[in-house]
Write a protein that binds this ligand. Structure first.
Ligand code: 13P
Length: 258
């Protein structure tokens, strides 16, 4: 695919997973705010646990750093004990929501069909979805990586119109690279990102593949970010462990501005 030479604005998002309760989240947000307020070259978002969202939203106000949910329930409200809706996130000042993270898929039963419902729920609530796709090690070794990613894309994006797609960020997160320290090589990641952009180009008008951002996720650190971000189809990073340490995360943002 040739839509390369990325003019897309880089996007670095930190997924804090089940780390950082309110006090710690506030402290980390304060460090990010100090360094990132006023920078205008990179879109930055952090996804704290639900309970820490209000304090992080308050801390990051006027900093330019956005806040994301890590998950949402497909319904706007109802008798769903323990769940949080997109509407609630939106009311709390959240802009984005991660959908289809591999931990949700593997541990909490988020099937392709559930992921699709959650993407729709994001649009209904006015949240910008960050849709995760990625194969397991077994699937990669069995030569199924592309088949799996294409299936996940078709399910997650299937009911969206071309006009809705630029509101979606995609994140390619190979499961074997998440939390393992085993990062995909820039070439491996680029290859799948190009496949994803090609998949988009086969189905939608050119503004869709040209405009949509595809983030890489899986053991991204300050030390390996530049190599990944220099690839033409890698538009940013979805960062787990390294997003919990201010200097590491800021180093990744800096690599995206270089
Ligand atoms: P790590 O950066 O810890 O590998 O996690 C990646 C991830 O799952 C981000 O959503």
């Amino acid at each position: 695919m040739t839509t390369s030479a990325s003019r897309r604005r880089p996007f670095i998002a930190g997924n804090w997973k089940m780390y950082k309760g309110p006090a710690e989240a506030d402290a980390l947000a304060e460090l990010l705010k100090r360094s990132l307020t006023g920078q205008a070259q990179v879109d930055v978002a952090v996804a704290p646990p639900f309970l820490s969202i209000p304090i992080v939203v308050a801390r990051l106000r006027h900093s330019g750093v956005h806040v994301s949910g890590q998950n949402l329930h497909p319904e706007p409200a109802g008798a769903f004990t323990g769940e949080i809706s997109g509407e609630m996130l939106r009311q709390a000042g959240v802009a984005y929501c991660i959908v289809g993270h591999s931990e949700r898929r593997a541990l909490f039963g988020d099937t392709d069909a559930v992921v699709e419902k959650k993407v729709q729920a994001c649009f209904r609530a006015g949240l910008l979805p960050i849709v995760c796709v990625g194969e397991t090690l077994e699937e990669r070794e069995g030569g199924q990586a592309e088949v799996v990613v294409r299936r996940q894309l078709a399910a997650a994006l299937g009911r969206l119109t071309a006009d809705q797609l630029p509101s979606v960020t995609l994140a390619y997160e190979p499961v074997w690279a998440i939390g393992t320290g085993r990062v995909a090589t820039p070439a491996q990641a680029q290859e799948m990102h190009a496949t994803i952009r090609e998949w988009l180009a086969e189905r939608y008008p050119p503004f869709v593949p040209r405009g949509m951002r595809i983030l890489y996720g899986g053991s991204v650190k300050a030390s390996n970010a530049a190599g990944l971000l220099s690839q033409p189809d890698i538009d940013g990073a979805l960062v787990g462990g390294a997003a919990l340490v201010a200097d590491e995360f800021l180093g990744i943002v800096a690599a995206a501005t270089a």
